[in-house]
Design a protein around this ligand. Structure first.
Ligand code: AMP
Length: 472
């Protein structure tokens, strides 16, 4: 790839370029450099890329460019049919994609809107009735609107499936098939997925025409710039250990993963009790609660966001200085996803895991997948006995209660909440070779090493060249 490539090299309209420079984007990311020209050409695209690579602009910019000749300032809904449909698995991702599309198209007459579940349908219906060219939606709510006849997809010429693997994980396949059947046969299809399961390949083969395959290596989640540490901590002391680590390292923006919804809530509550600005997001929280927590986290008002794997998916929080695994995930792929949230270009990131004795086997699975031994350490200075003693006295009503300062508390450090500036920055191109665009699938994402081992060339599996092993 030519590293000096500019957005203007793609022939994008001045109004789009203006929006990009207002966003502060200077150079295209690797996936953008690769995808934009191919989408502009009208080809179907199968992109192996995940959130954080800049994939949204990779499909949104050429879509906007292609639809520009059809943009109209007319107020008549008939002049604003849905021409591009972008489907995402989660409401959060839908919302983020919609935000991006709106900002890239802000100087054009193109209209866009987002519809997802858990929200009142009336405002969505009003927006759809008024007419939009670009519609971002989660599958279920989209079908609700189809059923209510507030939506007509007969003029859709571009379909995007974003995070297709997550959509399948979440059981959206029947909905996707129903939606695809509602679209005109003649259209351009773009599909983005972080992983390539057999189901994904089957889905791609079922509706894409000779897709161009674009693969961008995720930065190696187990690369040298992410230091991985495992602390042996008994289960009952883990919550105190998380608080201890946050204080000891003076962490101001940390994502803590827990395997269970109840675990996230409990941990967030415990941290709050310790005077740490924490909040939890998980599947049982309302859309509004999740958004509020996420925004507060981005602003630095919440310093510790405790999340389940599912709730953290699709969040536009990509590169953090530190992630903590309150417990080890039972699937080693989840570990790779989790720690991939940290490690900055050129700087270091920390992935800290707390491991109870009974979790040792999960760590072994992770080491097998990543082919990297992970250092096990004792959490120095942390004394579970002292914590237990403190908890006992806290349970007993005492005059001391409420006055007692938690052992490691440093209140002065917790009053200010400076936002980690790096976190607020948009994507920055990285120097490391792993970030470069690859169209050669044999250099697949390291985090997907296992999947890559099993599969022959992606091109073959996706129908470019039919693989013998592929039966679907
Ligand atoms: P995505 O992978 O699409 O979710 O994008 C990840 C983040 O990178 C988002 O915050 C985007 O706003 C930002 N971003 C996307 N493209 C660029 C670019 N070319 N330059 C700078 N930031 C970008």
């Amino acid at each position: 790839m030519n590293p000096t490539i500019q957005f203007s090299d793609f022939g994008l309209h001045a109004d789009v370029l203006r929006a990009l420079s207002e966003q502060g984007y200077t150079t295209p990311t690797p996936i953008q450099a690769q995808a934009i020209p191919v989408v502009l050409m009208g080809r179907d695209v199968m992109g192996a890329a995940q959130t954080g690579t800049g994939k949204t602009a990779g499909f949104a910019l050429p879509i906007i460019q292609k639809l520009l000749p059809l943009a109209s300032t007319s107020t008549s809904p008939a002049r604003h049919p849905v021409r591009a449909l972008i489907l995402t698995p989660t409401r959060e991702l839908a919302d983020q994609v919609a935000e991006n599309v709106a900002s890239y198209s802000r100087h054009t007459a193109l209209r866009s809107t987002v519809v997802f579940g858990g929200m009142d349908m009336a405002p969505q219906t009003a927006a759809l009735r008024a007419g939009v060219e670009i519609l971002i939606a989660t599958p279920g709510r989209l079908l609700d609107h189809v059923q209510q006849k507030t939506l007509n997809l007969s003029q859709t010429q571009i379909l995007v499936l974003d995070e297709a693997d997550r959509m399948l994980d979440m059981g959206f396949l029947p909905d996707l098939q129903r939606i695809i059947n509602l679209l005109p046969k003649q259209r351009q299809n773009l599909m983005f997925s972080a992983t390539f399961s057999t189901e994904i390949k089957r889905l791609a083969q079922s509706f894409m025409q000779d897709p161009a395959l674009i693969e961008v290596a995720r930065r190696n989640a187990t690369a040298d710039n992410v230091s991985q540490i495992v602390y042996a901590v008994p289960s009952e002391s883990k919550r105190a250990a998380v608080a201890f680590i946050i204080r000891q390292r003076n962490l101001k923006q940390v994502l803590v993963f827990s395997n269970t919804k109840i675990g996230t809530s409990r941990l967030a509550r415990e941290l709050q009790r310790e005077g740490i600005k924490a909040d939890a997001i998980h599947g049982d929280k309302s859309q509004k609660e999740r958004m509020v927590a996420l925004e507060a986290f981005k602003r630095g008002e919440v310093e510790v966001l405790v999340a389940t794997d599912v709730a953290a998916r699709g969040l536009d929080i990509v590169e953090l200085p530190c992630v903590i695994n309150y417990d080890l995930p039972h699937s080693p792929e989840d570990y790779v996803h989790r720690i991939g949230r940290t490690g900055r270009a050129g700087a270091s990131g920390d992935a800290i895991s707390l491991m109870a004795r009974e979790e040792e086997r999960y760590l072994q699975d992770i080491e097998k997948l990543t082919k990297t031994p992970i250092v096990r350490k004792d959490l120095e200075g942390f004394d579970p006995e002292r914590v237990r003693h403190r908890e006992r006295s806290a349970r007993e009503p005492s005059a001391e209660r409420g006055r007692a300062e938690p052992v490691q508390r440093r209140p002065s450090e917790r009053t200010v909440a400076p936002v980690d500036e790096w976190f607020m920055k948009p994507y920055q191109p990285q120097d490391d070779a792993a970030a470069s665009v690859k169209v050669q699938p044999q250099q697949a994402q390291p985090g997907l090493a296992r999947a890559a081992e099993k599969r022959p060339a992606v091109a073959a599996l996706l129908g470019g060249k039919r693989a013998k092993t592929e039966t679907a």
